[in-house]
Structure formats: structure tokens, C-alpha cells
Design a protein around this ligand. Sequence first.
Ligand code: SF4
Length: 353
Amino acid sequence: MEDRKLVYDYSREDLTPLFQEWNEPPYRVKQLWEGLYRHLWEDINDFTPFSIELRDRISQDFTFQAIHPVREIVSPDGETHKTLFYTRSGNPLETVLMHYKNRHTLCISSQSGCGMGCIFCATGQMGFKANLSCGEMIAQVLYYNRILAQDGQKLTNIVIMGMGEPLNNFDQTIKAIDFLNDPQGLNMGERRFTISTVGLVPQLNRFSEMNRQINLAISLHAADDDLRSKIIPINRKYPLSELMAACRKYSKVTHRRITFEWALIRDFNDDPGQAQKLVNLLKGLIAHVNLIPLNPTVLFPGKPPRSERITQFQQYLIKNHIPCTIRLRRGIDIQAGCGQLATKNLSEQNKLC
Ligand code: SF4
């Protein structure tokens, strides 16, 4: 395994004393940073403003290779592009780019696998492998920005909703957002980021106290504890009363809208009773609900509801003044749901063993 440090794990402030030690002027750090984040250079030899000695010096200590792609799939309509990467330690992670009108949204992973064990989720079925470092999260963004740059485009939004529970990798996730938001780098703007959590209450409270402009999405999926605990084990530790109290705190501190994700599963959580409980749960909150007809996975027998049932659920929420959209099940044909490509790849590898 590569033992050099990953350059994307270091801030400008971290790099400054090192460059000083090398008798390099402070503007060299700025040049390095701009090369990485503005010019999207990924090879030390691209850094032509640097002397060959400095380039050698940097590459002795640092690597630019955080993750490498092993499988790429683009949907037939070209709107969804998914990559399975491996980290330098050999852990899989997935990233999905979705184009919608002028928006280019990237769904990145914060962990390889996930320990939360949500039973409908392919990543949950895979188990936890490793936390990703801030640099490994950033590398997913830079990889896709390089692809988009070929057409003069760039990413407009980042959702941390791929593999893993970002609040279980809190510090690295926030650090990655801060680096990507640096005015001397990509300067994306906090409001373009969304952190999605299954509901880790202490971390959620910590996040609220930071009072950031980062968007919050909650993977809710059921509106009573009995039902939610059946598919989301962490609900037994942090039941809905505690989760919703944490959401209200976030709302009160930040005045920001919360998105609630609801994977609609046939004959499980698609009935009027659940819709009514959901309305009660969200009373008084600035909320938006995303309904996502279930993405089929190998180990969970659940199916998406029929279309009239999906529409009825949506209509009930709208009638009760809760904005609600049905998210297109994009990328089904390319296993774009979280963890699906990695589990497929792993099972194929297992078959080969
Ligand atoms: S839904 Fe999210 S939190 Fe749950 S297992 Fe999948 S990746 Fe982890």
C-alpha cells in the first residue's frame, strides 16, 4: 500500500509550515491549491510553475492518487453516470453523477460500506468497511469535475448520500465540505451541499449547533417506531421522538428547510395511515418530502408500489400543505442505487474465487 500522504487531506494552513521548511515562499502553497482545485491538475508534472526540485520534493511526500475507477456505467439516456472506485487500501466506494436541466449533481460516498444495516439498502447489506478520509471524498468531486470540464461544465451540487452514514464520519465530512468551499479553490458555496443522515441524534445536534448553511436530508422511510425499527435498526437507539426533536432544533437554529427521504415500499409504508402519521410528524417544520419508489436490491424482497398508490401518497401530503416530489428512479438500469454496483462487483469477484 502507498505510504505517501494524500495531498487532498491537507489544508492550505497545514501545508504552509511544510513549504516554509522547504524554504519556499508562501505563494507556492496558493499555487499548489489553485492547481489542485481550479486547474484540476492531477499529476505533479502538470505543476509547471514549480521547479523540478520542488515537484520532486512534493512527490516524495505526497500522492495525488486517492481512488481509482474500476467500473464506469452510463445510463442509455446519458443522464446518469456511475463509477465504482477503490481506495488505496482496496475498499470500494461509489459515486453517481446526475444531470437535470442545468444542474449537475454528484452523489458522493462518505464511507466504504456502512454499519447502519438498513435492510432495504445494498450498502447496508454489505456491512462497514472503512471511513473515507476528507481527501477520498474530495477526489470523487475532482474526478467528475474533470469529466465535466471537457464540455465546459462543472458540478453544481454535492449530496453526501452515497455509501455510508456521513454523521458517523463527521469531522472528515465537514472538512471535505470546507475544502471544496474554499474561496481560493472550487468555492462551491455551502448551500450547494446536502448531508443525508439516517438520524444519529447526538451528531445531528452537534451539526445544528454549528449553524452552517449546509442542507440536511433525513432518511425517514416510516412514521412510527415499530415500522421504522423494522427497516432502520438505529431507530431502536434513537426513536422518532428524539429524531424529530433534533430536526426541530436544526430548524430553529438554522431556519433551513429539511428534506425527508421516503423510500416507498409496496404494502409496507405506502398506505394512507403512514401518510397521515407523516403529516403529523412534520407539523410545524419547514419540510420537503422526497418520495422514492424502492430501488430493488438483491437481499431485500420489497418492491416499489404501483404508480396510483405513489400518486395517492403524494396527493395526501400536498393536500396537507407538505411539499412533496416523486423522485425519478433514475439509473435503475445501471444499479445507481447506493451500494448496488459495489455489491454486484463483490459478488462477481466472490463467484470467481
Ligand atoms: S441507507 Fe444509508 S445509513 Fe442506511 S445502510 Fe444504507 S448507506 Fe447506511
